[in-house]
Design a protein around this ligand. Sequence first.
Ligand code: CDP
Length: 218
Amino acid sequence: KALVIAIDGPSGTGKSSVSKAVASRLGVSYLDTGAMYRALAWSCVDAQIDLDDAAAVAEHCRTFDLRMGMDPTAPSVGVGDRLIDAEIREDAVTSVVSKVATNLDVRANLKQRQRDLIADGAARTGGCVAEGRDITTVVAPDAPVRILMTASEEARMSRRSRQLKVAAESTRAQIVDRDRTDSTVSQFTTAADGVVTVDTSHINFRQSVDAVLQVVQE
Ligand code: CDP
């Protein structure tokens, strides 16, 4: 049976870097579902679609040519032939991504794509680490391993502002705002039934990877 590992959590918990490292270590595929929402937001802006026009955003989502590279040592995000790995991390995307992510038609479409990608990735490599905000609850609730990564607000804010090399205060405001918006559509701060919590507040990157691998082995 395929080893699917579902990992949810808010930003600043180390979720992405830990998920990638775990997938590399296990030699399985990796899927960053947040990058898919970011790619849609980028593509809507690129196509000059009004992000407040929910029907237009949903229609664009159904048809855009999203290509996810699932090798954990070199993950990639593309729309058509264009690679947009750098673009989707820019502030112009981060500040609007929640707008497309709270669109329920968008969520239904990306959920199906995510299930297909996880199945394909697992078929190729024997498993897949998929990370996001609703993987343990909605996308892959039957995954054999389900983990919620958490961290104190303090730890999350300082990691994220270090990562982005910007002032702590502006990061805090943006993250708090995004958490609030995101939590209207997915529950990613408390563990659902059967989901194991890994708290990274007081452990470093390597210890977080080991903690996740420990859960996988149980
Ligand atoms: O920057 P950060 O790591 O916090 O976020 P991300 O994982 O790149 O996800 C970006 C955005 O995508 C989130 O703020 C959510 O709005 C949305 N998202 C979602 O709604 N559901 C997921 N499974 C993953 C991401």
